[in-house]
Design a protein around this ligand. Structure first.
Ligand SMILES: Cc1cc2nc3c(=O)[nH]c(=O)nc-3n(C[C@H](O)[C@H](O)[C@H](O)COP(=O)(O)O)c2cc1C
Ligand code: SF4
Ligand code: SF4
Ligand code: SF4
Length: 592
């Protein structure tokens, strides 16, 4: 009996980097070579799909035969002949290459809305999107809904902005709608400047038509004929796929003049950003599109009143807009049934740091941090002790073990002293130094400050200098008070969100890890053994077996000793690279 087969090869940025294209080509080659296609009902559908989150296992490949899906991980072109002959032709799954329990644990606890088709459909094929109910929502909207109907549904759904501030989307659209102007703009913010974040990039790479459809619906609701996607130039694959998708949707009449014969006109331009974090801020983003230097302006007037080229402008994040077609398709109640009372739907997070399963995840609001870190993330790497989780990226704060059972939603994270932000989540273990961590985020925001206002430009520099001296063992007794005072001043006096949130990692680590600051300042000691100036490597002669492993890896030959005799470290030569510590199998090297 002939079978129906589809082969999905992961080709987001991660999948491509791991060799996705070579794997896809090899599948096509094998099918051509052996004439296997004849055994199947339709010719095999071998196609690229977007990221499904677990990039550490790339190249991931799904083989779907008559509706039964098997996923393979770490696939290389050399594995392809075996998968084709044993599984596709022979009907026996190649167990050694297929995903294991931990992949299912990572995947099965997630609830995918925005990412539901990423990893399933070909992002470069508009027909694949249409087959998956794509562009039905805009059709339905233009077929008989008024802009107020659309705004009503979005309001009822409870959708809030996913770009950081969590502002209600329906209300924002209503503000845009109210403005009386023949020219209005809708901008999609795809700048994604937070370090480590790749949520928005994955949506654009994996399902660009979803974003286009969401934007068309938003534009109809507010009465805009012109749209922009502001996307950073360092996302070349996302930009290419977005441009291709825009051309396809124009050809099919989903963009342009008189969309679907409704009389509604809307088109989208792509504007490349140069990768400045501050250009994610609304007024700086607008300045950047206008061809000016990306610097924030004081609000009011708000962009909804006077935005791009002085016209009413609504700015929404990629994930926010990508939720919209699903809300129109499935209804406000469906969306509002997920999440908590005030935070509805799902949220995409980039789960990174010291968890076993790092990657991109989508979870219902209201899930606990513990479920994310332990059930989906698989727990802490090397089974070390959990120390904290930083949510909200450089504008956020860190949460400790006692807070692991709080619900992940805008309110609870805020009450606990952090924020949802755009979705960065960095897990830290006992080997992370919290002072150094605060320093890392502050260095980022200080570098990215546009310099327009003094509290942010000079204040963050001074904060960084204080953190530098603490981590270098030159901390002064009143440094903690100084950090707190200065942080409060910067928050109160900065013009834009960058400066207003930059001190958050400092304040939250000071609150929850005061002892660690004290150890650095008073005892000149880094308890986690991270701050180079405060640690010394020594060899415990009683434990050392003289195996020489440490001496062989030391880049500066600071370690000497005869074979099978205790070794020693010359402190004057040691550059504290940690290589010997990692190489010693006998736990003989002490880091104090
Ligand atoms: C310094 C700074 C950087 C920001 N970066 C982004 C970003 O990369 N993407 C984003 O959507 N919003 C970013 N925001 C928030 C946006 O200014 C804006 O609130 C958001 O795009 C609104 O969309 P939403 O209502 O759909 O969340 C940033 C804000 C600040 C202050
Ligand atoms: S707070 Fe910082 S980033 Fe924002 S306008 Fe002032 S100097 Fe620029
Ligand atoms: S920490 Fe690095 S430089 Fe120092 S002794 Fe060990 S290997 Fe050598
Ligand atoms: S690796 Fe450890 S046990 Fe081996 S010589 Fe070095 S300190 Fe001694």
């Amino acid at each position: 009996m002939k079978k129906r087969i589809s082969i999905n090869v992961c080709m987001g940025t991660g999948g491509m980097a791991a060799g996705g294209k070579e794997v896809l080509d090899r599948f096509a080659e094998e099918f051509n070579k052996e004439g296997i296609s004849a055994k199947f009902q339709d010719s095999p559908y071998i196609h690229k799909v977007g990221c499904r989150g677990f990039c550490a296992r790339d190249v991931l490949v799904d083989i779907v035969i008559d509706g039964n899906k098997t996923t393979y991980e770490h696939v290389t072109p050399d594995h392809v002949p075996q998968i084709v002959s044993e599984h596709i032709v022979g009907g026996v799954v190649v167990a050694a290459l297929s995903v294991k329990e931990d992949y299912h644990a990572f995947k099965d606890k997630q609830v995918k809305v925005v990412l539901s088709d990423c990893g399933e459909l070909d992002p470069e094929d508009i027909d694949a999107y249409i087959k998956s109910a794509g562009y039905q929502s805009i059709k339905r909207v233009l077929d008989g809904m008024t802009p107020d109907d659309v705004i009503g549904i979005i309001k009822d759904s409870g959708l809030r902005g996913r770009g950081g501030a969590g502002f209600p989307t329906g209300l924002k659209w209503e503000y845009g709608r109210r403005e009386k102007s023949p020219v209005k703009y809708l901008i999609c913010n795809a700048d994604e400047g937070d370090p480590g974040a790749f949520m928005d990039r994955s949506v654009v790479e994996g399902n660009p038509h979803l974003l286009i459809e969401g934007m068309a619906i938003g534009a109809y609701a507010i009465g805009a004929e012109h749209g922009y996607v502001y996307i950073r130039a360092e996302y070349p694959l996302a930009v290419d796929r977005l441009r291709l998708a825009l051309n396809q949707s124009r050809e099919r009449g989903y963009l342009g003049k008189n969309i679907l014969n409704s009389g509604f006109n809307f088109d989208i331009k792509v504007k490349l950003g140069a990768g400045a974090f501050v250009c994610g801020e609304e007024t700086a983003l607008i300045a950047s599109i206008e061809g000016k230097r990306g610097m924030p302006k004081a609000k009011p007037p708000f962009p909804a009143q006077k935005g791009l080229f002085g016209k009413p402008t609504i700015i929404n994040n990629v994930e926010t807009l990508a939720n919209v077609p699903y809300i129109i398709r499935n209804g406000a109640e469906w969306f509002a049934s997920m999440g908590t009372e005030k935070s509805k739907g799902t949220k995409v997070f980039a789960l990174t740091g010291k968890v076993k399963n790092t990657g991109l995840i989508e979870v219902p609001m209201g899930i606990t941090l513990r479920e994310i870190i332990y059930d989906i993330g698989g727990g802490i790497e090397k089974d070390k002790k959990f120390k904290a989780v930083q949510t909200g990226g450089p504008s956020g704060g860190c949460l400790t073990e006692d807070l692991l059972d709080i619900s992940v939603d805008y309110e609870s994270l805020g009450q606990a002293g952090s924020i949802m932000g755009s979705g960065g989540m960095v897990v830290l273990d006992e080997d992370n130094c919290m002072v150094n961590m605060a320093r890392y985020f502050l260095e980022f925001t200080q570098n990215e400050s546009c310099g327009k206002c003094t509290p942010c430009r000079v204040g963050t520099k001074r904060l960084l200098e204080i953190l530098d001296r603490i981590t270098e063992g030159r901390g002064k007794t009143n440094d903690m008070e100084l950090l707190e005072d200065l942080s409060r001043d910067i928050i109160a006096a900065s013009l834009c969100g960058l400066g207003q949130t930059a001190p958050n990692p400092v304040l939250s680590t000071l609150k929850r890890f005061r002892g660690e600051y004290e150890a650095h300042i008073v005892e000149k000691r880094c308890p986690a053994g991270v701050c180079k100036a405060l640690i010394t490597y020594t060899i415990n002669a009683d434990k050392c077996t003289g195996c020489t492993a440490c001496a062989r890896v030391c880049p500066v030959t600071a370690i000497t000793g005869e074979k099978k005799k205790p070794h020693r470290i010359d402190q004057a030569l040691c550059v504290k690279c940690n290589s010997c510590f990692e190489a010693c199998k006998f736990n003989s090297i002490k880091k104090i």
